[in-house]
Design a protein around this ligand. Sequence first.
Ligand code: CA
Ligand code: CA
Ligand code: CA
Ligand code: CA
Length: 527
Amino acid sequence: MSRKALPIPVLLAFVQGLMLAAAPATAPGSNYPQGAGTAPMFVDVTIAVGIESPLSQDKPAGGIGVGDFNRDGWPDLFLTGYFEPNKLYLNDGQGGFAEDPLIAGQVAMPGSRCTGVAVADHDNDGWSDIFLVCNGDNHLLRNLDGAAFELATPALFNHPERSEAAAWADFNSDGILDLVVAAHPRAFPYDDTDPDNYDRVLISTSGGGYIDLAPSLSIDTPLAATLALTAGDIDLDGRMDMYFGNDRHDGNTLLLNRGPGCGGWCFEDVSAASGARRPAYSMGIAASDHDRDGDIDLYYSSMDEQILLVNNAGGPGDPDYAEGQVEAGVNAPGIGWGTIFLDADNDGLEDLFLAISGPSGANSDRLYIQRPDGTFAAQGPDSGLNVLLPTEAAARVDYDRDGRMDLVLGHSNNEYRLYRNVHPEPGHWLGVELVGFAPINRDAIGTRVEVVTGDGLRRIGERRSGESRGATHDPALHFGLGSHTFADVFIHWPDGTTTTLADRESGRYHRVIYPSTVPLFTDGFEP
Ligand SMILES: [Ca+2]
Ligand SMILES: [Ca+2]
Ligand SMILES: [Ca+2]
Ligand SMILES: [Ca+2]
């Protein structure tokens, strides 16, 4: 698409903006109005955009992978089908999605029983690959220049046990993405003599292969039934850590990356010491500095309780977590699954989505909008997300690149649906797309981006992997700016270097390529 061609969603947003200019003014960033008569914040556009993707009966979990697989600047969607065919929907940049006939056949793999998607350019060739965790064999679909996919699964990646979560990150900082595959053992009680019940922590070696460090790691709960996994820099020391969300009250596991040594690489289990262990039926993880005090907080879903771990470290260093879900107003009954921090109204305050799968009759998903005082307001029917369908899979993607964050949800035993954010009066926003080159990984996973507005409000975003449950979010980082039209952007690359960009304009995605000292910006619509 040429730089001058305005995509239809942008035109629509422009027209919508003109139409709304006459509407009663509300301060940008105010909570979305509640009560009868207001338009919903999210609208189901699944059929309108051309998505038709059933989820198998009797196996509710779905995996969603967002990535720009053909590098046209628009985020595409990979959806697992379990018994049904997997689907790869290519975003046409005109507000629609379509399958490529050749690719559709290559990725369908009916009966592959996959429930999680970890998207990354694992071989640094510039094209996003797809790793699938499945009940049975796992699969790596290698992207061949955006034109085709081939199965190319290294033996170590193929965990034969039921695996539900995976994440890519360059733990040993050699520029090659490493892979964590977490198992959810089928049999209970666990058989600790079965090596297939253990997770794998596959670290790249200088010879071009991988070594599984899991057997050498001191992990509190080596057999824990993991349903969700996040790789991110939890202690903000520049190294990628791992957080495992474990089912059955096994207790969650936080492994902090301590650097080289330890006969391979050093990870320290700080689950208990940091407060991150808090047992639950953990089924989805969201990470963010939602309270803007300079450290990474965690939220995870469970059954009839949802856990917010507020980090009191106040900056880089070992986390110090305390429960805060009740005070913040983000506890909820029901069976929680995928969960996502996002700034749904672009006021600069992170909001929260929680997928709920039941119990029957009470299975409406939750959208929590953060108030300026740090508490959250649960939205009612006005959210447009209170569909009475059980939901497990959830990922965020600004598919139309209008700066309003949209959601893809997998409704259990039903279908995937795309919910477009049509908030009528959002705040300003800014997006950052990162492109890495040697010595860092091509996806720039592990890069932390801080966006500071004139009021001193600092937002921390990070290219993580494995958030929500079985999901890969939109690789572009999105920041609400409220009433601010410019912001300073600080990009902390995984190799420790920082790019500082002063006074970046709102209303667009800025593409930043490592390691240019004069960052290249585009309007976000070009490859
Ligand atoms: Ca590596
Ligand atoms: Ca925090
Ligand atoms: Ca917000
Ligand atoms: Ca959008």
